[in-house]
Write a protein that binds this ligand. Structure first.
Ligand SMILES: Cc1cc2nc3c(=O)[nH]c(=O)nc-3n(C[C@H](O)[C@H](O)[C@H](O)COP(=O)(O)O)c2cc1C
Length: 331
């Protein structure tokens, strides 16, 4: 049985990858994940604001980083909040690379064109096999159009593509008005892969205390269908390979993601909850499942459930939507 896959141009023995998180913070855990069979590993992100803070004050007053950015930076956690400072991040990356044989994917997290992107070639120089660019941005400004926001994001990808040779993954949120079009633009700008999706840590409101509750909760499997839908919609439409991130907790979830079109399956919450050994359980579970249902290779399974087989996926989805709503009867 063949579980091999090609993600970001990297030939991997199977698709299971610990996603960007504290899982790669300690070398012993990284080795445990490799022993459990991880086919690659993604480091936590280095953040734009973190790097910008370390760069010159003058930088904050350039055209693109005006006073509102400086003000925004003042909300940002102090340097000691971060597990790794920018230089430490590079050293940690070198150490992880030296500790394991599997590909190591570093992560940069930000959204604007700026000096922080200088870290892309530094990350390449420190030995990363690929770079994941997390374009987390909240579009709260009513004056910022979707078109401009997407153009800025594409410019960031183009700029990073210009400065590094390693494969470049782009991690996205699901909140774009035309995600399929944006995905195609990122593809043309040089993204080697897309990671679907970022997870938002929405604060809740405590109405009695008049406070925001900001807690980080781990995911559950209910988050997977949104990813499956978009994997299915994008599969076969792009040169870039696709990774799922969010809501994959067991081998069956991973199988579903591959059937929808994923080349790689990133897992975080399940590994944080159950420990690195859970990865080997998932891997064995995939093999057992494929044997039981007589799938010889992941390749033959991939995209089997994507929407592209249907001549008009949007009309098909809308028909299903209408049917679901009309099908719910109270008596
Ligand atoms: C504690 C924690 C830290 C994370 N740190 C990062 C990060 O630095 N960069 C990033 O792109 N995603 C980060 N994530 C998001 C994960 O990579 C992943 O996208 C998300 O948890 C959804 O996957 P899951 O359902 O398997 O947990 C983090 C998640 C958790 C739980």
């Amino acid at each position: 049985m063949n579980l091999s896959t090609r993600y970001l141009g990297l030939d991997l023995p199977h698709p299971l990858i610990p996603g960007a998180s504290p899982l790669a913070d300690h070398l012993d855990t990284v080795r445990e994940l490799e022993d459990a069979g991880a086919s690659a590993i993604v480091l936590r992100s280095l953040f734009e604001e973190q790097i910008s803070r370390e760069q010159t004050n003058a930088f904050l007053h350039t055209e693109t980083h005006n006073e509102s950015s400086a003000e925004a930076l003042s909300y940002f956690p102090a340097p000691q909040t971060f597990v790794f400072g920018p230089e430490e991040y590079l050293t940690h990356l070198e150490r992880v690379k030296a500790a394991v044989k599997i590909p190591v994917i570093a992560s940069l997290n930000g959204s604007t064109l700026g000096g922080w992107l200088d870290y892309a070639p530094l990350i390449e120089g420190a030995g990363a096999d690929a770079l994941e660019l997390n374009l987390y941005r909240l579009a709260f400004d009513p004056k910022l159009s979707g078109q401009n926001l997407e153009r800025e994001a594409v410019d960031v990808v183009r700029e990073v593509r210009r400065t590094v040779r390693i494969p470049l993954a782009v991690k996205l949120s699901p909140f774009y008005s035309s995600l399929a079009h944006f995905a195609l633009e990122l593809d043309s700008a040089g993204a080697s892969g897309l990671v679907l999706f970022n997870r938002f840590y929405q604060p809740d409101i405590d109405p009695e205390a008049l406070e925001l509750n900001r807690g980080l909760s781990l995911s559950d499997q209910r988050e997977l269908p949104l990813r499956l839908r978009w994997l299915g919609a994008l599969s076969g439409q792009l040169r870039a390979s696709l990774a799922v991130s969010g809501g994959v907790h067991d081998s069956r979830d991973a199988i579903k993601a591959v059937m929808a079109g994923a080349h790689a399956v990133q897992v975080v919450s399940a590994l944080l909850r159950r420990g690195p050994g859970h990865l080997s359980v998932m891997l064995q579970g995939m093999k057992d499942w494929m044997k039981e249902f007589e799938w010889e290779s992941l390749e033959s399974m991939r995209g089997n459930m994507n929407l592209i087989r249907c001549p008009d996926p949007a009309a098909y989805e809308r028909a299903n939507y209408v049917q679901m709503l009309q099908g719910w009867r109270t008596r």
